[in-house]
Design a protein around this ligand. Structure first.
Ligand code: CA
Length: 223
C-alpha cells in the first residue's frame, strides 16, 4: 500500500517515513503545501498523512478539501498540534477520516493507518485471507494450508496489495503505483519478476494457484 506524508518538519517526516517503510508500505514525502497538493491530487495513494500548519500559509485542511472536490477519496489522517475540539472538528468536517494530535506515539499512528486501510466488512481486520492463505498485517506472518511462508518485504507488500484487491484484475501499472514509491524506477517487467518470486513461494508448492495472469493486462488474486 502506498502512503503520502505531507509534513514540513523534516525530523518527523523522516521518522514517519522510516516507520511506515518498515511496515512494508511504499512512502512518498512532501515537505510543503505546493508539493503535497500536487502529489495528493495526481498520484494514487491508499492513505495520506497530512500536517495542518504548512509553510507558505497552507493549512492541510485546504488540501483535503481540494482532494474531496476532485472526488479523490483517499483516507486522510491529520497530524497536528492544533488539537482543540473546534480545530479537530474543522479538520474532520473538511473530509479527513482521522485526527491525531502532536505529539503522538508512533505505535498509535501505525494502528490508525492500519484502521484506515481496512474495509468495513472485514471480520478480523488485521488478517487478510484468500482461500487457505492468510496474511497478518501486524505480525507480518503469512500462512498457506497452515504452513508458514517467509517473504521479503517487497513480496509481502505485493501480496498485501493483491489481497486487498482480490477478485479484481489489476494492471501492472496499477500494481506499480501502489506497491512502489515515486522514486522507484520500476518497469512492468519488474512486476513480472516479483510475481514470479511470489508464485514460487505461495503457489508452486501447493495444488491450486491463487495468482492468475490476466493476459496482456496484469494479474488477479483469486481462490
Ligand atoms: Ca507544520
Amino acid at each position: 500500500m502506498r502512503v503520502l506524508i505531507i509534513e514540513d518538519e523534516h525530523k518527523i517526516a523522516r521518522a514517519l517515513q522510516k516507520a511506515l517503510q518498515q511496515e512494508t508500505y511504499a512512502v512518498d514525502v512532501a515537505y510543503d503545501g505546493d508539493d503535497g497538493y500536487a502529489m495528493a491530487t495526481t498520484e494514487p495513494y491508499d492513505v495520506a498523512i497530512i500536517d495542518r500548519m504548512l509553510p507558505g500559509g497552507y493549512d492541510g485542511v485546504d488540501i483535503v478539501k481540494a482532494m474531496r472536490e476532485a472526488r479523490i477519496h483517499t483516507p486522510v489522517l491529520f497530524l497536528s498540534a492544533l488539537d482543540s475540539p473546534a480545530q479537530k472538528t474543522a479538520g474532520l468536517d473538511a473530509g479527513a477520516d482521522d485526527y491525531l494530535a502532536k505529539p503522538f506515539a508512533l505505535a498509535e499512528l501505525l494502528a490508525r493507518v492500519r484502521a484506515l486501510l481496512r474495509r468495513p466488512t472485514e471480520q478480523q481486520p488485521d488478517i487478510l485471507t484468500v482461500g487457505d492463505l492468510s496474511l497478518n498485517t501486524v505480525t507480518f506472518e503469512v500462512f498457506r494450508a497452515n504452513k508458514p511462508i517467509s517473504l521479503t518485504s517487497k513480496e509481502f507488500a505485493l501480496l498485501e496489495y493483491l489481497l486487498r484487491n482480490q477478485g479484481r484484475p489489476l494492471s501492472k501499472e496499477t500494481i506499480i503505483s501502489h506497491v512502489w514509491d515515486y522514486d522507484a524506477d520500476i518497469l512492468p517487467n519488474t512486476v513480472e519478476v516479483y510475481v514470479k518470486y511470489l508464485r514460487s513461494k505461495i503457489d508452486a508448492p501447493f495444488d491450486s494457484p491463487l495468482i492468475h495472469t490476466v493476459r496482456g493486462f496484469g494479474y488477479k488474486l483469486e481462490a
